[in-house]
Design a protein around this ligand. Sequence first.
Ligand SMILES: Cc1ncc(COP(=O)(O)O)c(C=O)c1O
Length: 364
Amino acid sequence: MSRPTRVTIDLAALRRNASTLRLQAGSRKVMAVVKADAYGHGAVDCAQTLSPLVDAFAVAFTEEALTLRSAGIDTPILVLQGPHTLEDLSVMSAASLWPALSSHHHLDWLSQKRCEFEQVWIKCDTGMHRLGFMPEEMPAIQARLSQLGVTETVLMSHFADAESSQSALTAKQLDRWRAVNEAGHGHNNQGSFSNSAATVGNIGPAETWVRLGYSLYGGSLIDAAHLSPLKPVMQFESRIASIRSIAAGESVGYGGRWVAERPTRIATIPVGYADGYPRSARNGTPLGSASGHIPLIGTVSMDMITADITDQASLNVGDRIVLWGSNPSVDTIARHCSTIGYELCTRITERVPRQFNPIGSDVD
Ligand SMILES: Cc1ncc(COP(=O)(O)O)c(C=O)c1O
């Protein structure tokens, strides 16, 4: 590539994170969530790295699972959105996927097709209110599944606010979960509630499975990154392409929205919103350099960003700039853009080359 902008995926860090999280999960089985191309990290490479360390994968929809199957991954795969059509349910069965069933029409399709599934997950809506059967429906659902001859089932639900400690919504969801389980509708007592924040924050109920996505990739919605043993898997970086000096009073970038208050040295870096660096990044968003953090200034362009390097006299054309990864973290950048790291990782575009650091590069 002519341009020095790239993403590096550290598969050794991914493997270490999986081992750390496995310990945290204790006796619970670990399902690695690799939807959305493993949160932008490359689903096939990540799944190949993770398959010896996890018990199953989860994806959003069938095609994402079929990509993994075509790459030779035969670990169980849960399809979180469940079937979108009757035909989709047949495809899932043929590919030995596990469907997450969350609506009466899913059960109708199951009765029409009589598809074989090794395991079926049943989603209960404890408060997220996107998908799932309501808690009070669970006895009828259980009865219908038994009629259909479905025996291997896992009851699942999803936290809406696990990252906020003391969340009233989390308390409500846990109460409803407990009530469903105590009423004996927990389907052979197999259950799965915890996502990353619930697992790392240790707020999950007794359950069979945890479903881990963002934490595997080293991210955290809980603002304690400095305490986290998890390592960022994605490093998004570029190099300084050009340097100029401007006088006080001159502006930088589209709209002239940043104006120099002193004579200023500006570095231009060849990455922009067409690569997935968010246009919403505010003045002062940190960029990593060998001389420490430097502040983003001016509006993010399609292909370029600009930074104030007045106080870093040693920085030069060709020097490496970390957009996010080891330092600053993607979660730090997300806070400067009023979003979450999940969105930043999944929005890196195809024109950014992605290279994988192999597992053998693990030096710890
Ligand atoms: C149903 C479900 N379970 C688990 C996860 C994993 O969540 P996290 O990436 O926060 O661990 C997701 C992610 O959005 C999800 O939708």
